[in-house]
Design a protein around this ligand. Structure first.
Ligand SMILES: [Zn+2]
Ligand SMILES: [Zn+2]
Length: 264
C-alpha cells in the first residue's frame, strides 16, 4: 500500500507558518510515495480570514513539484470549507482553479465555528450539537459536488464545553450511514485524518468503525492525511493507518490528478 500524506497546510493557510519545502523534505525523509498540499479556503470564518492566494500558491508549488519530481510525487490541492451560505461562490472557486484534489470540510455552521468561544455549542446538549453537526455534514455532502473526499468526518468530538466529548455513536450512526451512502453514490471518498491520534491514541478522524462501515457499504475511495500545520507532523501515523486499511480490506489508498482518480 502506498504511503501518502494528502492533508497538509503551509504558510498559504492563515493558521500555519510552515514552509512547503520543509514539508516535502520531511515527506522524503519519512519515505512517503506521494503528498498533496491542501491549504485552507473558507469563504467566511469568524475572527480570522481563511483566504487563499491561488495564483501565488500555484506559482510557488509548481516550481517545487518540478524541482522534486525525481524524488517524490507532489500534488496541489485545497481544503475547502463547505458552507451552505456560499454554495455558488464555492463551486465557482473550485471550477476556476486547477486543483489535483479537494477536501470538503465542515468548519463553520451558520457563521459559527467550533473553537473557543464556540457559539455553536451554546445552549445545546452534547447530543444536540453532534446531531446538528452530522445533519449539516449530510446536507453539505448532498449539496456539493466540487470535492473529492470529506475531511475529518467525526472531528466534532474535539470541541465543545463537555467533560466527556465522545460521540454517542448509537445515536449518530444512522446519520453517519446516510453521509457514507451519499458519498459512495456520488463517487466521493473519505480521508483518515491522523490529527485524531493526538486525541484518541489509536485512531484518527473518523474512527476505524466508521471506516469499516464505509468499506462494507461499498466505499473504496480513501486518502490518508496528517493535517500538518508544522513540518514535524508530516507523515505521522501513516504506516499505522495503512495497517488498519489493509485489515479492513482496502488494497491501496486513492490518489488524484486534476480531481480524477489516478489509475495504476
Ligand atoms: Zn479541516
Ligand atoms: Zn486541515
Amino acid at each position: 500500500m502506498r504511503k501518502i500524506d494528502y492533508h497538509m497546510h503551509t504558510r498559504f493557510s492563515a493558521d500555519s507558518e510552515a514552509s512547503p519545502r520543509e514539508h516535502i523534505e520531511e515527506a522524503i525523509k519519512k519515505g512517503l510515495n506521494e503528498i498533496c498540499f491542501t491549504d485552507h479556503k473558507d469563504f467566511e470564518y469568524p475572527f480570522m480570514p481563511f483566504d487563499h492566494d491561488a495564483s501565488l500558491y500555484f506559482l510557488q508549488l509548481k516550481q517545487l513539484v518540478n524541482e522534486y519530481k525525481d524524488k517524490i510525487c507532489i500534488k496541489i490541492g485545497l481544503e475547502i470549507g463547505l458552507d451552505m451560505n456560499y454554495i455558488n461562490e464555492i463551486n465557482h472557486y473550485i471550477e476556476s482553479n486547477d486543483y489535483d484534489y479537494v477536501i470538503g470540510s465542515i468548519h463553520v455552521i451558520s457563521k459559527q465555528e467550533f473553537y473557543d468561544p464556540a457559539d455553536f455549542f451554546k445552549n445545546k446538549t452534547k447530543e444536540q450539537a453532534h446531531l446538528d453537526f452530522f445533519n449539516e455534514t449530510l446536507t453539505c455532502v448532498q449539496t456539493f459536488d466540487c470535492f473529492n473526499c470529506l475531511g475529518h468526518l467525526d472531528y466534532i468530538c474535539r470541541y465543545g464545553p463537555y467533560v466527556d466529548k465522545q460521540i454517542n455513536y448509537d445515536q449518530c450512526n444512522s446519520l453517519i450511514d446516510e453521509i457514507l451512502k451519499t458519498l459512495i453514490s456520488k463517487g466521493k471518498g473519505i480521508e483518515i485524518n491522523t490529527s485524531g491520534y493526538a486525541l484518541r491514541d489509536t485512531a484518527g478522524f473518523p474512527n476505524y468503525d466508521i471506516v469499516q462501515r464505509y468499506y462494507d457499504l461499498g466505499g473504496r475511495i480513501i486518502t490518508v492525511g496528517t493535517d500538518s500545520h508544522t513540518s514535524d507532523r508530516v507523515g505521522q501515523h501513516v504506516e499505522d493507518v495503512n495497517h488498519h486499511l489493509s485489515r479492513i480490506g482496502f488494497d491501496d489508498v486513492t490518489t488524484f490528478t486534476k480531481q480524477k482518480i489516478d489509475k495504476e
